[in-house]
Design a protein around this ligand. Structure first.
Ligand SMILES: Nc1ncnc2c1ncn2[C@@H]1O[C@H](COP(=O)(O)OP(=O)(O)O)[C@@H](O)[C@H]1O
Ligand SMILES: [Mg+2]
Length: 251
């Protein structure tokens, strides 16, 4: 078993009085492609905010790359595409190159000292997501699927070992969802990036993920995709708290 690169022990979190995460034990093994699913309001984004250090747990402990989160300084090891990326203001006046540059954690004096090295990193990230020919386009002129690739490039620009994506396929059409999973597959297999993907499209995700976790205040399931897809409607309804129609996806 590979080292976990994220480890949560006994983590609880409440907004005001409302407990959102209740004694969570969670491990993300290095090299995995983990799908994180669960009903809306189940605490998925909150869990991500805790592991990015944006929120502090009320109880329990979190380790990143073997270090307590308070001592973890190598933020460049974690790339993040937030849920907000898909509600991005299309009128925002910036080129693809500029948007991706904002992901660099290294200090860059934008106007004077944007070094050749930084420029090369930015272009490499744009190339990785297949958007090189749009590098100097205004981001507002791109389609939703293309903008999504740009935000992934922004998360890749520091060569992260872990990439976290929070509902990146919401509002993306079928063809772009397929291309998106091809890109994730490549990042996982070729670049050996560990992936944590929050998504509702379990049909497509279970074809690619190595591990699946279901979260609804507590962890209800942690296993392999084949175990998840063999859950019954009753199992899923109990977990989601309302009836769920199982959609067959054995093409
Ligand atoms: N900043 C906040 N203040 C108060 N409640 C919040 C806040 N953010 C989220 N919540 C509540 O916490 C619960 C979990 O939210 P969230 O982690 O966003 O769930 P998910 O990402 O699984 O949809 C929801 O009931 C949500 O309304
Ligand atoms: Mg969320």
């Amino acid at each position: 078993m590979k080292e976990p690169i994220v480890s949560m022990k006994n983590v609880s979190y409440a907004y005001e009085e409302k407990t959102v995460l209740d004694h969570i034990h969670f491990e993300l093994p290095q090299g995995s492609f983990m799908g994180l699913v669960g009903p809306n309001g189940g605490g998925k984004t909150t869990l991500i905010k805790l592991l990015l250090g944006l929120l502090k747990p009320d109880e329990g402990s979190i380790e990143l790359f073997g270090k307590p989160i308070g001592k973890f300084k190598e933020r460049n090891k974690i790339g993040f595409v937030s849920q907000k990326a898909n509600t991005f203001n299309r009128g925002f006046p910036a080129t693809v190159f500029e948007v991706v540059s904002t992901g660099l954690t290294a200090k860059v004096g934008y106007f004077k000292f944007f070094s050749r090295k930084h420029k090369a990193k930015v272009l490499e990230a744009i190339n990785q997501v297949g958007m090189l020919e749009y590098a100097y386009e205004n981001i507002g002129n791109l389609s939703g699927g293309q903008q999504q690739r740009v935000f992934i490039a922004r998360a890749l620009v520091n060569d992260p070992e872990l990439l976290i994506l929070d509902e990146p396929t919401v509002g993306v059409d079928y063809e772009n969802v397929r291309r998106f999973y091809e890109l994730l597959h490549q990042l996982h297999e070729v670049k050996n990036i560990t992936l944590l993907l929050i998504t509702h499209d379990t049909g497509t995700m279970t074809e690619h993920a190595t591990d699946i976790v279901c979260l609804n205040k507590t962890l209800h399931f942690h296993g392999k995709p084949e175990d998840y897809t063999s859950l019954t409607e009753e199992d899923l309804s109990n977990f989601y708290g309302h009836p769920v129609n199982v959609v067959a996806h054995n093409h």
